[in-house]
Write a protein that binds this ligand. Structure first.
Ligand code: GDP
Ligand code: MN
Length: 398
């Protein structure tokens, strides 16, 4: 689950990571008000930031520095007036509904800090770089020696000696070292306590030296947190932070019916029970020269209602020119699933080719049911094995 930057900043603050003050706005006027409130403390620089579940906003015009109420209002107007297209959104972009107006800071240096799960070592890892402000993927590709990795114990967290080591490697000096190390330890703590799958501060910055802060201040000015969906039951407070506006409507609907659905760009809709079988089905479609339109796991029990909804979701995708159903009847018996498929297919109505492959318990009964339903489902083809199914559906849409 993803959350917005403004929500992530609040969590950072709860974990005592220093973040400049900020306010949420949803219109040019509320952005202007937010600027005025922040400017009360004498600051004139602020930053107006699009709140969307996509990165790369800065380069795309979704982050604007402003120095007056009028500039804040104009920046808000500009950002809200059109979808934001970043390298992560696709060409259609995403609608901007909310803004963050944050106190602006002067930046001497930008760094990257992130926590993720390292699958190779099976534990969290702190990733840090002095090349902040740009995408970490770009740094990893162009300048991999500028990235430092430090394993994090899932039970005891990031140890102070580890954090100091990373802070020195990043080139922090004087009092910055302890500030940066503390932020790393706190971010690791947040990552573990919230069951996060990703926690990023990009950029972590150092402000220029001033009389008040001769060593500069280390601050987080952007934050990205993703949480493990499977752990959300333990965090009802975090689950509430989900923004339905940011979810793909089809994916949100699928979730309501207990379906795991991810939309993809191809033409062949897939209805499969079991995540592994779904992956294998998608592989086979690709092997036969077509692209899957989705990943869809209807789950082990695959009720008629869930299958009906799955067909609806698949057929609502305008790219879909054919549907492949691949079910292995294990816990749920094939005949029950076949009845569900036939009833659902009739209810939804098929104009595009439909290929069904069933295998497993009561498969003979199931084939009879589907055979009988053929007259009312003219686009239906039955196949016995998976390769035959993939060949039939790719031929039917070619
Ligand atoms: P992202 O592009 O979506 O990751 O958005 P960020 O919040 O990281 O902002 C992008 C860039 O805008 C940062 O890397 C900074 O260079 C700049 N920026 C953001 N906030 C401030 C600020 O308060 N002061 C200054 N000087 N630059 C800022
Ligand atoms: Mn950023």
């Amino acid at each position: 689950m993803k959350i917005h930057e403004y929500q992530a900043r609040e969590l950072l603050a709860q974990f005592n990571i220093p973040v400049p003050p900020a306010q949420v706005a949803d219109s040019p006027d509320t952005a202007a008000d937010a600027y005025d409130k922040l400017a009360v403390n004498g600051a004139s620089l602020a930053v107006v930031k699009a709140q969307v579940h996509a990165g790369g906003r800065g380069k795309a015009g979704g982050v604007k520095l402003v120095r007056s109420t009028t500039e804040a209002r104009d920046a808000a107007q500009t950002i809200l007036s059109k979808p934001l297209v970043t390298h992560q959104t696709g060409p259609q972009g995403v609608v901007v509904r909310k803004l963050l107006v944050a106190a602006g800071v002067d930046i001497a240096r930008e760094y990257y800090l992130g926590l993720a799960v390292d699958r190779a070592s099976g534990r969290p890892v702190l990733i840090a770089s002095s090349q902040g402000g740009v995408e970490i993927e770009t740094v990893a590709a162009d300048n991999p020696q500028a990235i430092f990795r430090e394993p994090v114990s899932p039970t005891t967290g990031l140890q102070p000696f580890q954090a100091r080591k990373v802070a020195f490697r990043l080139g922090f000096l004087g009092k910055q070292v302890s500030q940066a190390a503390r932020i790393m330890i706190q971010l690791a703590d947040l990552f573990l306590k919230t069951d996060a799958s990703l926690a990023e501060i990009n950029p972590l910055i150092v402000t220029p030296a001033t009389d008040e802060h001769p060593d500069g201040q280390v601050l987080a000015i952007d934050a990205k947190l993703n949480f493990d969906d499977n752990a959300l039951a333990r965090h009802p407070d975090l689950a509430q932070l989900a923004d339905p506006d940011e979810q793909d409507p089809a994916e949100a609907r699928a979730k309501q019916y207990g379906l795991s659905y991810i939309k993809l760009d191809g033409a062949i809709g897939c209805l499969v029970n079991g995540a592994g079988l779904a992956m294998a089905t998608m592989d086979l479609i690709k092997l036969h020269g077509q692209e899957p339109a989705n990943f869809l796991d209807v789950g082990g029990s695959a009720s008629e209602q869930a299958v009906t909804e799955a067909f609806r979701i698949i057929l609502a995708d305008a790219n879909v020119t054919g549907v492949l159903v691949n079910i292995f009847g294990g816990i749920a018996k094939c005949d029950i699933i076949a009845n569900a498929i036939v009833a659902a297919a009739r209810e939804v109505g098929f104009k595009v080719p439909l290929v069904i492959r069933l295998e497993g318990t009561h498969v003979e009964l199931a084939r009879e049911i589907i055979e009988k339903a053929k007259p009312s489902l003219p686009t239906l083809q039955i196949s016995t094995d998976l390769t035959d199914a993939a060949q039939k559906i790719t031929a039917a849409v070619a």
